[in-house]
Design a protein around this ligand. Structure first.
Ligand code: ADP
Ligand code: MG
Length: 605
């Protein structure tokens, strides 16, 4: 006797539904996407009991005729693609033709639809995949689909649902993912008869504000990049808007919300050290690429995506975001292009991808020339990236401060015209100065921690500090618990100028110290440093070099800071301006605050 047989349609569709419709929010997503694919300009979402008893989507899109209205519930029934080749030219959200079949297998559905060019509409009622009614009806142009009692015949799924608040949260999230990218469409959302959200047609910035609230009003920076092969647009939020949760991160590819670890990293990495550890920046970024260069058909919910060349997309996105942050930051990012984790110069588009043509809008950055610039051909990478590179501010320098960046770093030197820089130390804790048409207040402790941290990190990663060898080495004694740690980081300590050598179980000879330091205080420096390093390693699992640099910077900020004369103050500002990430201290404190004349006028209004 044969044992293989085909599954009945209802069972096959219930199995498929398991993948596509996991919870009410998945049905919401599919129905909203269908309304958008039908070119609706107005969409209503009506929910009861967090989607358990009713999910209804009413649109004013193109509707379906009598036959299509019946067909749409069949599995693999779609009007969106015909051949496999069409998969590479997708312009619609749907194409697999399985959403309505899946929903009909696990709910009772009432569909009313009418095309503009037809007199009457169609009503269809289904239950457990059975068509109960299919008749002409009077209804308005467009489509209304009401999904009632979701999972009524799949108790396991129904019992698996979370609280109303959680399910409603998922529904809102699906609505956000669509409404943030289809700003031209008007959305309204009702729950249990109450209007929860009304989103009029608007531009993207206004849509973001309408969705997330007015606190975003002055905190969004535009991101824009245009090339032949990729277009990037959208907004990133000011670093101070970063939150512990990731819930304001929206990445869209060809108008589809996607989750992509690498591309998220391309954005997040540019905020590194601008925001406290563990915080996530908010962003709303849309990437447009030729449909043939992506594959969205790798998961039933189409939220994952594969790019032909994700390294190239990474580089463009990373550069575009950096450009925006640089253009809108309080002060110039001196070595803006430097990112130890990702080396731009090594990234070239693959040979099968056309060299990009870049249209740069100089309004977004102070680094470019005044007019709109169009760069094409193979040198665009260099030109584009060099557009992001350092701004050199003219005139001479004056080094009196004893923290020195290496020769290599000096080429990015910020040169300040002393005649134009008026400074004042306030309360022994703040440095106030006017620069670039803004009044800056610098927290001396936080700024010093930042300067020291970058100086130490540079010594560890690039150019070691010059060591002054000691004729008569001091001996330092450390707790047994610190000895193993010191031995593990001896080479790093040497790069920072401390040449130590173990002489017995708990003692070290200090054979050399940093050139600007005598060896009398080394016992205290190393002791306190190791304690900070231990705590740091325990609390944050950052990489070794940055943990060492952070701990030593923390230890050193307590030593006396000599910035009495104007020259010392200017030198300090210069050191600070040379930092990669001047705005935030390595331990997450704000370093500076600026007031533009606009801010001041506003204050006095
Ligand atoms: P897909 O969206 O993948 O094509 P669905 O099962 O979601 O599959 O929908 C099947 C078909 O039903 C669609 O291809 C479309 O032709 C039609 N359809 C579904 N919803 C609507 C709607 N709101 N307006 C017009 N046509 C719709
Ligand atoms: Mg669909």
């Amino acid at each position: 006797m044969n044992s293989i047989h085909l599954l009945p349609d209802l069972v096959a569709n219930q199995i498929a539904a398991g993948e596509v419709i996991q919870r009410p929010a998945s049905a919401v997503k599919e129905l909203l996407e269908n309304a958008i694919d039908a070119d609706a300009s107005k969409i209503q979402l009506i929910i009861k009991d967090a989607g358990r008893t009713l999910i209804q989507v009413v649109d004013n899109g193109k509707g379906m005729n009598f036959t299509d209205a019946r067909m749409c519930f069949e599995r693999h029934a779609t009007s969106k693609i015909s051949t496999a080749d069409d998969l590479y030219h997708l312009k619609t959200k749907g194409f697999r033709g399985e959403a309505l079949a899946s929903i009909a297998a696990i709910a009772q559905v009432e569909l009313k639809t009418k095309r503009e060019d037809e007199e009457t509409g169609t009503l269809i009622i289904t239950e457990g995949f059975q068509i109960k009614e299919h008749t002409p009806t009077v209804t308005q142009n467009g489509t209304s689909i009401a999904v009632k009692n979701l999972f009524y015949n799949v108790p396991a799924r129904r019992n698996f649902l979370k609280s109303d608040a959680i399910e409603l949260g998922h529904i809102e999230e699906e609505l956000n993912r669509l409404s943030l990218i289809h700003c031209e469409v008007e959305f309204s959302f009702f729950h249990n008869g109450k209007l929860i959200q009304q989103l009029p047609s608007s531009n993207q910035k206004q849509r973001i504000i309408n969705v997330f609230g007015a606190h975003f009003k002055d905190k969004l920076f535009p991101v824009e990049l245009n090339t032949e092969t990729i277009k990037i647009s959208g907004f990133i939020a000011k670093p101070e808007n970063a939150k512990k949760k990731k819930n304001e991160q929206y990445l869209f590819v060809n108008q589809r919300f996607v989750k992509h670890y690498l591309l998220t990293h391309a954005i997040e990495s540019t905020y590194k050290e601008l925001i406290p550890e563990g915080h996530k920046p908010a962003f709303f970024i849309e990437i447009t690429v030729p449909p043939s260069t992506i594959d969205v058909n790798i998961s039933p919910t189409k939220i994952d995506i594969k790019f032909q060349d994700d390294r190239m997309i990474y580089a463009f996105l990373n550069a575009a975001v950096k450009k925006t942050l640089g253009a809108h930051s309080l002060i110039p990012q001196i070595d803006f292009n430097y990112n130890p984790q990702y080396d731009f110069d090594k990234i070239k588009p693959k040979s099968d991808v056309k060299p990009p043509t870049l249209t740069l809008n100089p309004n977004y950055t102070p680094y470019n020339s005044k007019s709109e610039k169009k760069i094409s051909s193979s040198d665009s990478w260099e030109q584009f990236l060099s557009g992001l590179k350092k701004e050199t501010i003219q005139v001479q320098s004056n080094e009196s401060y004893n923290i020195k960046f290496s020769a290599e770093k000096k080429e990015d030197e910020v040169v300040i015209d002393e005649n134009q820089l008026k400074c004042l130390v306030f309360n022994d804790a703040y440095l106030v100065f006017v620069w670039k048409e803004a009044l800056h207040i610098l927290d001396l402790f936080a700024a010093r921690e930042r300067i020291l941290f970058e100086h130490f990190l540079h010594a560890l990663e690039h150019t070691p500090v010059v060591i002054q060898q000691s004729m008569f080495p001091e001996t330092i004694t450390l707790p047994a618990s610190s000895v193993e740690i010191i031995n593990d980081i001896l080479p790093e300590l040497r790069a920072l100028g401390y040449d130590l050598e173990q002489i017995d179980r708990t003692s070290f000879a200090v054979n050399g110290t940093p050139i600007e330091e005598d060896n009398s205080g080394v016992q205290q420096v190393i002791e306190q440093f190791v304690e900070m390093y231990k705590t740091h390693q325990f609390l944050h699992k950052t990489d070794k070099n940055s943990a060492i640099a952070k701990s030593l910077a923390k230890q050193k900020i307590h030593s006396k800071l000599q910035i009495i004369s104007e020259i010392e103050q200017q030198a300090f500002i210069k050191q600070w301006l040379q930092c990669h990430t001047p705005h935030i201290s390595p331990s997450g404190r704000k370093v500076s605050k600026q007031f533009t004349s606009k801010d001041i006028i506003k204050f006095f209004e």
